[in-house]
Write a protein that binds this ligand. Structure first.
Ligand code: N01
Length: 530
């Protein structure tokens, strides 16, 4: 980073950082975005593993701040593949001339607040520094890769990949023996594609996952036109649903209908495909018996698809459906019918070691040519605690969050003045369509900075009381349902040693937006200005 002074420094040039830069420029702020990667795109820059694709329909997974942009851009598939989303991000960067204020290939290592000047100093890994009045972490919820702790981790002699750090050049598995560790969304998307080329695929599964078919297809032109003819209304309707996604969310209970009606509803949703499966009944995440009906339906589908009954049983999840993020797949379960795809259950007997030529489990060395970790992320907090963020009184965010995060609205933290997080812990973020959620956060932050400018304020900080009350509300939002009963990355359960605290807000997008609006209407209730 060059030794310059800015009004606002933004870390991350994904969809959040790009839109924030655009908004800040229009408000007359001198802003700089700092990005570790070599290009824009954030999650879509890094997660370029085979089969990577969004699980929200393309017509919804896009910006809406500029009607010309949303009218002109043409998606080609129902669910966009990673290369097309990256192309879209690049288009946005060009269209709004964003790159001139983005510093690429620069990873921020530390940020220190100076109370006397009310400014932050950011230091990059290369030692360069900038100072800034405001500092925004737009680093995403799923951006710090999680590496498991397995004996011999570094001993494998062949190429090792992580789905979240996939190389930019083409990786050819033709004729290769490949091991995949993990069976989350990234694995479920990539395994069928890898199996197309590889000679042998060994999948090491600790916990099976529920997946609903994507039924991806070229984007229906009539549907595209129908949406574009009323895009603003379509977007507004989406924002009224708990996840901020346009779709059919039924209110009634799963057990209020006959089993035949229920099965027909699940069949309709299975045939339609995607995440809307969980919208079948309003109580699926609140009533164990209701949840069992949906979970049992998917398990029966797995048993229908997978030829070998033993393999099918191994692939059937036993936890509740929807406790972990539901996966959306293309040919995942059917891939296990291929003779060269092998499932190795490591639930009761974990992987023993990574060896120079493979993976050892159940006393056997599975020899492979390539090793893939599809082991997910240090979610929600990982990218924030990776930076030495020091606020007032030298408070270190990483220490502050040692027993779990806490935040006011997922936007700001007490003792960290002039620091904002986009889709931080305590906001609905990963339970919603991330693009509109990002826009809502960015608009809130940009409007707040404009308000401060108008009122000649130099510092803003969440009050401890407001933060504590909001965090209690975040915990209350999951207290009654089943959501927090599963070990998931929402809880930090996937990372060894991480505190188990439920991190996203489960109260729904409309309630969250209303609260943010009320805070503003009440002269930024819960924030203190200086
Ligand atoms: O990561 P995950 P992901 N031995 O944490 C296993 C989003 N996303 O990258 O469940 C053996 O879900 C681990 O096992 P377990 C989406 O929100 C979206 O797949 O901890 N296995 C699990 O199976 C998603 O939820 C899309 O028992 C080990 C896997 O690794 C989120 O990102 C696509 C292990 C990790 O699964 C994360 O998905 C991709 C070990 N030692 C991702 N350690 C879309 O569709 C870990 N595992 C848009």
């Amino acid at each position: 980073m060059s030794e310059q002074e800015f009004d606002v420094a933004v870390v991350g040039a994904g969809f959040a950082g790009m839109y924030l830069l655009h908004r800040l420029r229009r408000l007359g702020f001198n802003a700089r975005v700092i990005e570790a990667g070599s290009d824009v795109g954030g999650t879509w820059y890094w997660n370029r593993y085979p089969g990577a694709r969004v699980d929200i329909e393309s017509m919804q997974y896009s910006y809406q701040f500029d009607d010309d942009l949303q009218q002109e851009w043409r998606w080609t598939e129902r669910y966009s593949p990673q290369p097309e989303i990256l192309k879209y991000a690049r288009h946005v960067a060009e269209r709004y001339d964003l790159r001139r204020d983005i510093q690429f290939d620069t990873r921020v290592a530390a940020a220190v607040y100076d109370a006397s000047s009310a400014r932050w100093t950011l230091e990059a890994e290369d030692g360069s520094k900038i100072t800034t009045r405001f500092f925004v972490m737009a680093t995403g919820c799923l951006s710090k890769p999680n590496w498991p702790q397995i004996e011999g981790m570094d001993s494998f002699a062949g190429p090792t990949y992580h789905t979240a750090l996939w190389p930019h050049e083409n990786v050819d598995f033709t004729g290769k023996r490949v091991a995949v560790i993990g069976t989350g969304s990234s694995a479920i998307q990539s395994i069928p594609v890898i199996a197309e080329d590889a000679a042998e695929v060994f999948v090491f599964q600790r916990t099976p996952n529920y997946a609903i078919p994507a039924h991806n297809a070229p984007l229906d032109k009539k549907y595209e036109k129908k949406v574009k003819d009323r895009y603003a209304d379509f977007r507004a309707e989406a924002k009224q649903t708990p996840p901020g996604i346009h779709g059919r969310f039924r209110q009634g209970g799963a057990l209020e209908v006959t089993s035949a009606e229920r099965k027909a509803e699940y069949e309709r949703r299975w045939a339609n495909g995607g995440l809307s499966f969980m919208g079948a009944y309003g109580d699926l995440m609140f009533d164990q018996d209701a949840n069992d009906t949906a979970a049992g339906f998917v398990r029966d589908k797995i048993r229908e698809i997978v030829d070998d009954p033993d393999v099918a049983e191994l692939l059937c999840p036993t936890n509740i459906i929807g406790g972990k993020r539901l996966c959306v797949d293309t040919n995942y379960f059917a891939t296990y019918n291929r003779d060269h795809v092998h499932l190795i259950d490591v639930k009761e007997r974990p992987i023993e070691a990574i060896t120079p030529d493979g993976v050892r489990a159940h006393g056997k060395n599975y020899q492979v040519d390539a090793l893939i970790f599809a082991t997910g992320f240090d979610a929600m907090t990982g990218a924030l605690t990776a930076v030495d963020i020091r606020g007032k009184g030298d408070a270190l965010l990483r220490d502050r969050w040692a027993d779990g995060p806490s935040s006011y609205l997922g936007l700001a933290m007490a003792d960290f003045p002039n620091l904002f997080t986009v889709t931080g812990p305590g906001s609905p973020s990963v339970f919603t369509n991330m693009l509109p959620t990002i826009e809502q956060h960015v608009d809130w932050i940009a409007d707040c900075l404009a308000y401060m400018k108008d009122h000649n304020y130099t510092a803003i900080e969440a009050t401890p009381d407001a933060e504590a009350a909001w965090w209690e509300h975040v915990q209350d939002s999951v207290a009654d349902g089943l959501k927090a009963t599963t070990n998931s990355w929402y809880l930090g359960a996937n990372v060894a040693g991480k505190a188990r605290v439920f991190m996203p807000y489960y109260g729904g997008f409309p309630n969250y937006c209303r609260k943010c609006e009320e805070v503003v209407a009440d002269d930024y209730e819960g924030f203190a200005f200086a």
